[in-house]
Design a binder for this molecule. Structure first.
Ligand code: NAD
Length: 491
């Protein structure tokens, strides 16, 4: 296969904070450096928001909510802005995808085909909701001589504080911002320090789409400084966090003191249940993709492959084949099927887990090492093991599959549910009755039957247990960004 490397000309957005429509430096001139993980070279220096900056950003968002033009805008006008935003995101797809490839090593063509259109779709979907945020009416029984009537109204929840991870920056920003803006909220978003440029670019596109200044404010910065300041800020009404279980726990406890709403989208250690009657020709590409797509840096990755004992060898063969045929390299090369790991720390963590797997007696069947070249690249790795191994219990966030065999459906369900996480599960079978019965018993937020992919904005997304609290997207996403008020009227 020939590999063509096309690095499109792309524009770096202003690497500053964006508050009230202005590009500004951080308090006391604080900055951090962003590196390209494929080359280990500096991409740019980004302003690092301080607590004082977060105060300013929250005040700007609050001002728009309380009397600013945004607060008086009709739902249909908000919808028009979001529709324009969807179109501008699509037109800017190459730019946005290039920023993500440069900053965090994701394949350029995967972003162009996947994340960016999906982000645009989220804006388009929620544009349609903006003038359909309604309450309910209830004809109440009379109260003595008084006739009564009751209804509810849904009002914007207020100022949203959004904190996002580096692995799908624009997409996850879209999942948080599109429903919030459709509902009439304002927002302050803190993107991850490893990949904030595409979110800054998204801010420019939303402004071009007509979003009034101050409705969306962007405060790039370090998690422990800017993130903690936003999560603990008394001026926000909701914190919506996507990231690790470790930080999610801190956010939850900070919110406990303030009674604000919290949505947590955390990690996963998701099972892929492959039954004896699965059509493996159809299933194997999905099973492999569930482990190796985006170098395994996907919350929904299916890194515990539970296969029936009669077909486990075939599943292993398919995964080894996928691992050995992966084209690991330049995220801009058309032939690459896997790009770089986001940074050196994450690469070391993946290699450490691979060592733990070996030390605990898992059988290494493919991969297992760093790719010998500059940049942070790791081989897709396949282990045969059991559900009690560390590599089968903890989220590695790298391309490391553990294949575990089961004897019958009960054991498969038991193994699938034996985890602290509960984000999603994949079920492969040709028997629809089995698919439905198994689906009912899995303790997860989402089940994919005979496939895997990007959550659709029309359907809710979220986890259970260690994978989080609350739902984003779909009607649930709108409900999560509005407050319902009950009105009783005596006539
Ligand atoms: P992370 O938890 O390290 O960081 C996430 C965000 O939190 C970043 O913006 C970071 O700067 C910020 N942060 C860090 N410390 C903070 C603190 N003390 N207070 C407030 N904010 C703080 O996660 P990551 O490494 O960026 O992302 C990977 C994780 O995200 C994985 O666990 C993955 O499964 C999860 N994830 C979940 C979903 C989902 O939809 N459930 C989607 C994508 C990623």
């Amino acid at each position: 296969m020939t590999s063509e490397t096309i690095t499109p000309a792309f524009d770096l957005p202003e690497p500053t904070l964006r508050i009230n429509g202005q590009h500004i430096g951080a308090h006391a001139g604080q900055t951090y450096e962003s590196f390209n993980p494929s080359t280990e070279e500096l991409v740019t220096t980004v302003a690092a928001a301080q607590p004082e900056d977060v105060d300013t950003a929250v005040a700007a968002a609050r001002a728009q909510l309380e009397g600013g033009p945004w607060s008086r805008m009709s739902g249909s006008e908000r919808g028009r802005i979001l529709t324009r935003a969807a179109q501008l995101i699509e037109e800017d797809a190459h730019n946005l995808a290039a920023l993500e490839a440069v900053e965090m090593g994701k394949l350029f063509h995967d972003s162009v085909r996947g994340d960016i259109p999906a982000a645009a779709e989220a804006f388009r979907h929620f544009a349609g909701w903006a003038d359909k945020v309604t309450g309910t009416t209830v004809q109440l029984p009379d109260f003595g001589p008084q006739r009564r009537f009751g209804y509810t109204i849904r009002q914007p929840l207020g100022v949203l504080g959004a904190i996002t991870p580096w692995n799908n920056p624009v997409l996850i920003a879209a999942w948080k911002l599109a429903p919030a803006l459709a509902a009439g909220c304002t927002a302050v978003i803190k993107p991850a320090e490893d990949a904030s440029l595409s979110t800054l670019r998204l801010g420019e596109l939303l402004a071009d789409a007509g979003l009034p200044d101050g409705v969306l404010n962007i405060v790039p910065g370090l998690g422990a400084v800017a993130g903690a300041a936003l999560a603990g800020h008394s001026g926000i009404d909701k914190i919506s966090f996507t990231g690790s279980l470790r930080v999610g726990k801190q956010i939850q406890s900070l919110a406990g003191d303030t009674f604000r709403k919290v949505t947590l989208e955390l990690g996963g250690k998701s099972p892929q249940l492959v039954f004896a009657d699965a059509d493996l020709d159809q299933a194997m590409p999905w099973i492999a993709m569930g482990n190796f797509y985006h170098q395994g840096q996907v919350c929904a990755a299916g890194t515990r492959v539970l296969a029936h004992e009669s077909i486990v060898d075939k599943v292993i063969e398919g995964l080894i084949d996928a691992a050995e045929n992966a084209q690991i390299g330049d995220p801009f090369a058309s032939a690459s099927t896997m790009g770089a790991i986001v940074n050196g720390r994450q690469l070391d963590q993946i290699l450490r887990y691979i060592d733990i797997g070996r030390a605990e007696g898992a059988e290494l069947l493919a991969g297992g090492g760093r790719v010998a070249r500059s940049g942070y690249f790791v081989e897709p790795t396949v282990f045969r093991g059991s559900n009690d191994l560390t590599i089968a219990r903890e989220e590695i966030f790298g391309p490391v599959a553990t294949v575990i065999s089961f004897k019958d459906t009960d054991e498969a369900i038991h193994l699938a549910n034996a985890t602290k996480y509960g984000l999603n599960a994949m079920v492969y079978t040709s028997d629809l009755s089995r698919a439905l019965a198994v689906t009912e018993q899995l303790r997860v937020g989402t089940v994919w039957v005979n496939g895997w992919g990007v959550p659709d904005p029309a359907l809710p997304w979220g986890g259970r247990a260690g994978s989080g609290i609350g739902r984003e997207l779909g009607r649930s996403g709108i409900e999560a960004d509005t407050e319902e008020k009950t009105v009783h009227i005596g006539i």
